[in-house]
Design a binder for this molecule. Structure first.
Ligand code: AMP
Ligand code: MG
Length: 416
């Protein structure tokens, strides 16, 4: 056995490796900004603060269909009020002129402006109407069912801060302040390089002992979903010279993802060839499964320092290690803070046993109901099993020290 030298760092745990990429990601910066139309902004990162162009809401707004009233008039119920008019959302000039005096009520719709003099809205369900007469069967607090002007945001206030990734809710905020275009950070360009003599690209027929390149495509899909722009390079054979040539191309991007060639085999050349690009390795391996041989570092080309990942070639390992470790760098390169991993908890449907010592991410299906979310393992043949992961929608996270998991246990899951 070869003794571990002092210079050789210990293999990090999952948490340590994750912290290392998060810290690295936090120091990255985007390469530029561009204006994009709101309908194309989904998944990009805001390069500007979205500010309120007026008060939100711009007027005191009713949150219910009912009657605008003076709360004091309803101290004792039932109370009899007189209906003095109707106010609908987008109220007309006449409707906005309505004023409520003691004993008055105005029929009001959700989203309509509260008339002067009123300080509460009584829900329609608690009223009875006969002609102009309204009977109120409940009291209301002053302010009930009213959102006061500017209570969501004052004119000029930041509604969404620069650096936020744009989801459908942020699209809604941008629309609400009248923005047809928003400033976003440029998508980071991410080179994707598959390696392996046995790996054949999808436009060619594979020989009897060859397999098709699926990793470049799953990685490109993950990059795209993470707001990056994937650049798929030709498959690199297990030859140092040809690998070097393709790595040189890959290092022109802002991030390089390599799949395969990082295990212990004689033809696993990726680390060795990266070393010729002044690579600095932040970790080589992590105590996880699948994905144990994962490599993270940075290399230099033409005065530029470019982060890279060597992701193990087994398809499930490639997917898992992208999500666990590469994803935060896409955030950093896009001008966003690294997003936390989407963990959740669910009850285990059926017991299982597993080897210990590593944090495992096992393909699983989350289902059940909102009252009882349940998760179960998808049967699999190991980290090469594409079919298993295609049937999964999450991973069960197995802590390294546990061996047996009983049905009904609360399990942590990592959502896709
Ligand atoms: P490696 O990490 O290079 O030792 O590869 C591990 C396993 O993953 C081998 O069985 C490879 O055939 C498979 N593999 C490697 N690269 C790819 C790829 N791009 N697409 C699909 N499978 C791959
Ligand atoms: Mg290989």
């Amino acid at each position: 056995m070869i003794p571990q030298t002092a210079a050789e760092p210990a293999i990090p745990t999952f948490a340590e490796a994750r912290r290392s990429v998060e810290e690295y990601a936090a120091r990255l910066a985007p390469t530029g900004t561009e204006m994009v139309s709101l309908v194309e902004a989904l998944g990009l990162v805001l390069a500007e603060d979205l500010r309120a162009d007026r008060d939100f809401p711009p007027f005191p707004r009713s949150t219910r269909d009912g009657y605008a009233v003076r709360a004091a008039d309803l101290a004792a119920t039932p109370a009899r009020l007189r209906c003095v008019g109707e106010i609908k959302a987008g109220a007309t000039v006449e409707q906005s002129a309505i004023a409520i005096s003691t004993g008055d009520a105005a029929e009001i719709m959700t989203g309509a402006p509260i008339p002067s003099g009123a300080d509460a809205v009584l829900m329609l369900e608690y009223t009875e109407r006969k002609g102009e007469s309204v009977t109120a069967h409940r009291s209301v607090r002053s302010g009930e069912n009213i959102v006061s002007a500017g209570s969501e945001a004052r004119k000029g206030a930041t509604m969404v801060a620069r650096g936020t990734r744009i989801n459908h809710a942020i699209v809604a905020v941008a629309a609400a302040i009248g923005r047809a275009e928003v400033a976003t950070y440029r998508r980071p360009r991410v080179a994707v390089l598959a390696t392996g003599d046995e790996v054949v690209d999808i436009n060619l027929p594979p020989g009897p002992n060859e397999i098709r390149n699926s990793n470049s495509y799953s990685l490109a899909a993950q990059v795209q979903a993470a707001g990056g722009e994937p650049l798929i390079l030709p498959v690199a054979p297990d030859s140092a010279d040809e690998l070097a040539l393709l790595l040189r191309k890959g290092l022109q991007a802002e991030l390089l993802l390599i799949s395969g060639g990082v295990s212990m085999g004689r033809y696993d050349l990726v680390e060795q060839v990266l070393a010729s690009f002044d690579a600095r390795f932040l970790f080589t391996g992590a105590k996880i499964q699948p994905g144990r041989p994962v490599v993270f570092g940075e290399a230099r080309l033409h005065e530029r320092t470019v982060p890279f990942f060597g992701l193990p070639g087994n398809p499930v390992s490639t997917m898992v290690t992208f999500q666990l470790f590469a994803r935060p760098l896409l955030d950093g390169l896009a001008g966003a803070k690294p997003q936390p991993l989407p963990f959740a908890q669910a009850r285990l449907k059926a017991e299982f046993r597993t080897k210990t010592g590593l944090t495992r991410f096992l393909p699983a299906r989350l289902g059940g109901t909102h009252e009882k979310p349940e998760v179960e393992l998808v049967p699999w043949q190991g980290s090469g099993d594409l079919m298993a992961v295609s049937r999964a929608n999450c991973y069960i996270v197995v802590p390294p020290e546990r061996e047996h998991f009983a049905a009904g246990e609360a399990m942590t899951v990592l959502l896709f």
